[in-house]
Design a binder for this molecule. Structure first.
Ligand SMILES: NC(=[NH2+])NCCC[C@H](N)C(=O)O
Length: 588
C-alpha cells in the first residue's frame, strides 16, 4: 500500500502553493507549520517573509489565505497576532486520513526516499568477561535502531564487534593447558550462567597465577606469540573461550528478548588477516607515519594535557596491533566488502575520541567520503540511584543478568497483583512478567536521550504511572479488552461524524506516527519514538476521561468510530513498541 501523507504535510503543501500564488516574488518560502494549542496548526513563516519583502505581515497573511482554493481539509484559517496563521482541520479530513492509515498494514508510514545499506555495530561484549550495563545500553539502543531502520526500508547489516582478541588470551589459554578440565561441563546443555561462572573462575585463577608466578607469566607470553602466529592447538583452545562466552552472551540476549545471529558476530579477531594490509596502505599513502617506532596518525586538534599531540597508534613499536588497527580494517571490510554507505557505531561516549580519530583516518585514506559516512551513536553512563556510576555496594560492576532477573521479579509481582482481576493463568503471569520487566529496562534506556547519563532505578521503571513501558503496555491491553468486549470485529471509520476535542487530539497525534519514524531513522534518536508513544498513551487517557467508547448513550456509529480510533491507537502502540524491541501483551 502507498504511504499516507500526514495532515501536516498536506497543509504545508497547500500553504506553500498559496504562498507562491499570492506572493510570486517570495520564491519557494517555507510556511513553517507547527502543531499549536490555539488551533490544530500554526504557520509562522509569513513573519520572516514580510521582513524580507518589506511588507505588512498581516496584509500578506490575508493575501495568502485568499489564495487557498476551496477544499475539505481546511476548516478555518485565521490571521492572528502579528501575522500568524491559525489553522483548523475538518473532522472529516482527520477521520479519512486515519482510515487510510488503518487500511495499510504499515499504518501509512513511508519508506525512506533513498534507502541504502547501513552496517550497525552494537551489542559487543568481551570474551571471558561479564556483561555489564554499558553492554546493555549498546544492545538495547542498537536493536531498536536496527528495527527502525529496517522498517524504513534500509538494508541493515548487523555486526557484533566482540572483544575476542588480545594478549590476555595468552594467560587464559596457558592456564587451560595446565588445568585442562576447567571449562568442562557437567552435561551437554550448559546454561549461560554456568558457562560464565566457569570463565570467571578460570579468569581469576589465571590472573592470580600470572601475577604471582614469573614462570607462568613467561609461558603465557610465549602463548601469545603462538596464538598470533596461528598455532593450531593454541587457536583451538582460544576458540573454546569464544564458544563458552557465546553460550553466555546468547543466554543474556535471549533473556533480553533479542535476536542475535551467530554469523553477525564478527569480533576483533575477524579482521586479523586485514591488519597488515591496512597498515601498509596507511603508511604508503602517508596517512600514517613512523614515530618512535610506532605507526601513528596525527591530528591538529587532538592534544594531551601537556599540549603535545596524541596520535592514533595503528601499530605499536613492538609490532603489535591494537583496537584502532582492527577498527580501521573493519571499516574497509564494511565499506568494500559489505557495500555499506552508512556505518553506525552504538558505543559508549567514553570511546568518542577513539572513533573521532578512526573516522578521520578513514576519511584521509578515502574509505569514508561524500558517499560513505560513519557516525557514533554515543551513549552516556548508567548511574545508580545515588547518581554515581552504577556499582554494587562492594564497589564492583553490577552484573547485567542480576539486574535483569531483579527487573523480571519486580515486574512479575506487579503483574500478579492484577492477574486475578484480568483472569491470567500462571503461565501468562510468568510470560507477562518477563515482557514487562525486560520492557521496563529497555524503555528506561530508550526514553532518555542516548547521549545523556541515566539513573538505573527499578522502582521507577516498573511504576504504573508515568513515562514507563508498563504504562504503555497497560494502555494497549486496556484497548484490547475494550475491543474484545465489543465482539472483536474490525471497526469502521465514520468520517461524517463530528469529533470531540479529545478525539481530535488523539487523531492528530496518531497521524504523526510516520513523521516521527522518519525523523528517528534519520537522527538515530529512538527516544523521540518513546516520547511519541508516551504522548499517545496520554492522549488516550484524556480521551477515556472525556469520551465513553461503549455506551448506550452513544449512537452505534459513534461507538464504532471510537472503537476504530482506539483500535488504530492500539496498532500504533504495538508497532511503535515493537520497533523499540518491547512486547505488548494482549491481556495484562
Ligand atoms: N567497533 C567497535 N570498536 N565496537 C565497540 C566494541 C566495544 C567493546 N567490545 C567494549 O566492550 O567496550
Amino acid at each position: 500500500m502507498a504511504s499516507v501523507p500526514s495532515l501536516a504535510s498536506t497543509v504545508q503543501q497547500r500553504l506553500a502553493d498559496a504562498l507562491t500564488a499570492a506572493l510570486p516574488e517570495a520564491g519557494s518560502a517555507d510556511p513553517l507549520l507547527r502543531r499549536s494549542d490555539r488551533a490544530d496548526f500554526q504557520a509562522n513563516g509569513i513573519l520572516a517573509l514580510a521582513k524580507k519583502l518589506k511588507g505588512n505581515p498581516r496584509e500578506l497573511a490575508t493575501k495568502v489565505v485568499g489564495a487557498i482554493p476551496a477544499n475539505d481539509v481546511l476548516k478555518a484559517i485565521e490571521v492572528s497576532g502579528p501575522g500568524f496563521l491559525n489553522i483548523t482541520i475538518t473532522d472529516k479530513a482527520i477521520t479519512e486520513t486515519l482510515a487510510a492509515r488503518a487500511a495499510d498494514e504499515r499504518l501509512g508510514v513511508p519508506y525512506k526516499d533513498q534507502p541504502g545499506t547501513t552496517v550497525i555495530d552494537y551489542a559487543q561484549p568481551n570474551v571471558a568477561k561479564e556483561m555489564h550495563v554499558g553492554h546493555l545500553r549498546s544492545a538495547v539502543i542498537g536493536d531498536a535502531m536496527v528495527k527502525i531502520l529496517e522498517f524504513a526500508g534500509e538494508k541493515v547489516i548487523r555486526r557484533h564487534h566482540i572483544g575476542d582478541w588480545g594478549t590476555q588470551f595468552g594467560m587464559l589459554i596457558q592456564y587451560l593447558i595446565e588445568h585442562p578440565h576447567e571449562l568442562d561441563h557437567k552435561d551437554a546443555d550448559v546454561s549461560g550462567e554456568e558457562a560464565m561462572s566457569n570463565l570467571n573462575r578460570l579468569y581469576k585463577a589465571a590472573r592470580a597465577l600470572f601475577d604471582s608466578d614469573e614462570e607462568f607469566k613467561a609461558r603465557s607470553r610465549d602463548r601469545v606469540v603462538a596464538l598470533q602466529s596461528g598455532d593450531e592447538e593454541t587457536l583451538a583452545l582460544w576458540q573454546r573461550f569464544v564458544d563458552e562466552s557465546k553460550i553466555y552472551f546468547y543466554s543474556v540476549f535471549n533473556k533480553l528478548d533479542m535476536e542475535i545471529d551467530d554469523p553477525d558476530v564478527v569480533g576483533e579477531s575477524g579482521y586479523n588477516d586485514m591488519l597488515d594490509e591496512t597498515c601498509r596502505i596507511l603508511e604508503e599513502s602517508g596517512v600514517a607515519v613512523r614515530s618512535e617506532g610506532a605507526l601513528c596518525v596525527f591530528f591538529d586538534d587532538v592534544k594531551g594535557p601537556d599540549g603535545n599531540p596524541v596520535p592514533l597508534i595503528v601499530k605499536k613499536s613492538n609490532g603489535g596491533y591494537g583496537y584502532a588497527a582492527t577498527d580501521l580494517s573493519a571499516i574497509r571490510d564494511r565499506v568494500q566488502n559489505l557495500g555499506a554507505d552508512t556505518l553506525v557505531y552504538v558505543v559508549d561516549a567514553r570511546q568518542s575520541l577513539h572513533f573521532k580519530m578512526v573516522f578521520e583516518t578513514a576519511r584521509r585514506a578515502g574509505w569514508l567520503n561524500d558517499r560513505v559516512h560513519a557516525v557514533q551513536l554515543a551513549f552516556g553512563t548508567v548511574l545508580g540511584k545515588d547518581g554515581k556510576p552504577f556499582k554494587t555496594r562492594e564497589g564492583e560492576t553490577v552484573r547485567l543478568v542480576d539486574l535483569l532477573d531483579e527487573a523480571i521479579d519486580r515486574a512479575t509481582a506487579v503483574v500478579r497483583d492484577k492477574a486475578e482481576k484480568v483472569g491470567l493463568t500462571e503461565q501468562e503471569i510468568v510470560e507477562n512478567g518477563r515482557y514487562v520487566g525486560i520492557g521496563a529496562v529497555k524503555y528506561a534506556d530508550l526514553s532518555t536521550s542516548a547521549s545523556r547519563d541515566y539513573k538505573f532505578d527499578l522502582d521507577q521503571m516498573v511504576s504504573l504511572n508515568g513515562d514507563t513501558s508498563v504504562y504503555l503496555q497497560y494502555a494497549y491491553a486496556r484497548i484490547k479488552s475494550i475491543i474484545r468486549k465489543a465482539g472483536d470485529t474490525q471497526p469502521a471509520a465514520h468520517p461524517e461524524l463530528s469529533l470531540a476535542p479529545a478525539e481530535r487530539a488523539l487523531g492528530l497525534h496518531l497521524d504523526q506516527f510516520g513523521e516521527v519514524l522518519t525523523d528517528v531513522a534519520a537522527s538515530y534518536e529512538p527516544h523521540k519514538l518513546a516520547a511519541y508513544l508516551y504522548q499517545l498513551a496520554s492522549h488516550l487517557t484524556t480521551f477515556y476521561d472525556q469520551c465513553q467508547v461503549i455506551s448506550d448513550q452513544n449512537a452505534p456509529e459513534v461507538v464504532e468510530n471510537r472503537l476504530f480510533l482506539v483500535d488504530l491507537t492500539a496498532r500504533t502502540l504495538h508497532q511503535g513498541m515493537a520497533l523499540l524491541g518491547i512486547r505488548t501483551p494482549e491481556r495484562l
